[in-house]
Design a binder for this molecule. Structure first.
Ligand SMILES: Nc1ncnc2c1ncn2[C@@H]1O[C@H](COP(=O)(O)OP(=O)(O)OP(=O)(O)O)[C@@H](O)[C@H]1O
Length: 269
């Protein structure tokens, strides 16, 4: 079982944004996509979700070619936490989360069945896991960006797909909620039944989850491998075009940008 990409090129229209992407992600594993703004992280993620067509290469989910998996079959395998969800309708958060399970509501002959009690319980359990049970009845489109991000995370948990793909899942979250989301991802990995692939601007997250890392830089993969090996001063400095140190501390590596010495304030005498 794996989510597998081989020699994948991704982009918009005919224009390739990233080329030659190859990886294999198995349940229990995590892969973090890092790269500067505009390096193609979201474009790659959307291609892995079937939202954008690949320009070249092969994509497989559990040995099945991606082209054979559409709609419900894909939803059974892949859950998606987008950065934003523009919703013109005032759906209650519990319904936004519940809809994650709609791929399971087909009966004999493809007839659409409604949600069962177990689905409603799963939706409420997912909201509770994210500490937002109190938002269940609130209109999703009236929440703050961070609250919406937590609801979308709950939706992915409720979907219970094997592969969970997240686009900057902590971008709008406060410190405590960012830690909560990272902790949920860690728990998904521990059960060995889920794999997590996420984009981030925080290399420390990849170290924390002991993830695999892919560094996207100028249209290709700059480096790839275990976070402990790839997240090094040389690679990060190249990636972000900035002098960066990775300092070993008692509690693990600490990443910091080293700014050149600045002249002190001039005296006004
Ligand atoms: N719908 C689109 N049509 C054409 N080009 C696009 C589209 N969306 C993104 N791009 C371009 O594709 C490139 C990669 O964008 P992408 O959003 O994948 O980067 P990213 O690494 O996720 O950036 P960020 O860290 O800022 O979210 C950028 O040059 C961007 O301008």
């Amino acid at each position: 079982m794996s989510l597998k990409a081989e020699n994948l090129s991704v982009g918009h229209g005919p224009c390739a944004v990233v080329t030659q992407v190859t990886f294999e992600l198995q349940p229990g594993q995590a892969l973090c996509l890092l790269g500067p703004n505009g390096s193609g992280k979201s474009t790659l993620l959307k291609t892995l979700l079937g939202i954008l067509p690949p320009l070249q290469g092969e994509l497989q989910v559990d040995g099945e070619a991606f082209d054979n998996l559409r709609g419900n079959a894909l939803a059974r395998q892949l859950a998606y936490v987008p950065q934003h969800k523009d919703d013109p309708f005032a759906f209650a958060c519990e319904d936004v989360v519940l809809m994650a399970r709609s791929h399971q509501w087909r009966g004999l002959g493809g007839a659409l069945l409604g949600p069962r009690m177990a689905d409603r319980e799963a939706a409420h359990a997912a909201l509770a896991r994210l500490g937002i049970a109190g938002l269940a009845k609130r209109a999703f489109n009236q929440l703050s960006g961070g609250q919406q991000q937590l609801v979308l995370m709950a939706r992915a948990l409720c979907q219970n797909s094997r592969y969970i793909l997240l686009d900057e899942p902590t971008a709008s979250l406060d410190f405590a909620n960012a830690a909560l989301v990272m902790n949920q991802l860690e728990q998904l990995l521990v059960d060995g039944e889920h794999a997590v692939l996420w984009t981030s601007h925080d290399p420390q997250q990849a170290l924390h989850l002991q993830a695999q890392v892919m560094l996207l830089h100028k249209g290709s993969v700059l480096a790839q491998g275990a976070a402990s090996e790839v997240i090094q001063a040389h690679n990060l400095s190249l990636l972000y075009n900035l002098p960066i140190d990775v300092v070993q501390t008692a509690s693990g590596p600490w990443i910091r940008a080293t700014t050149p010495d600045r002249p002190g304030p001039s005296s006004c005498t």
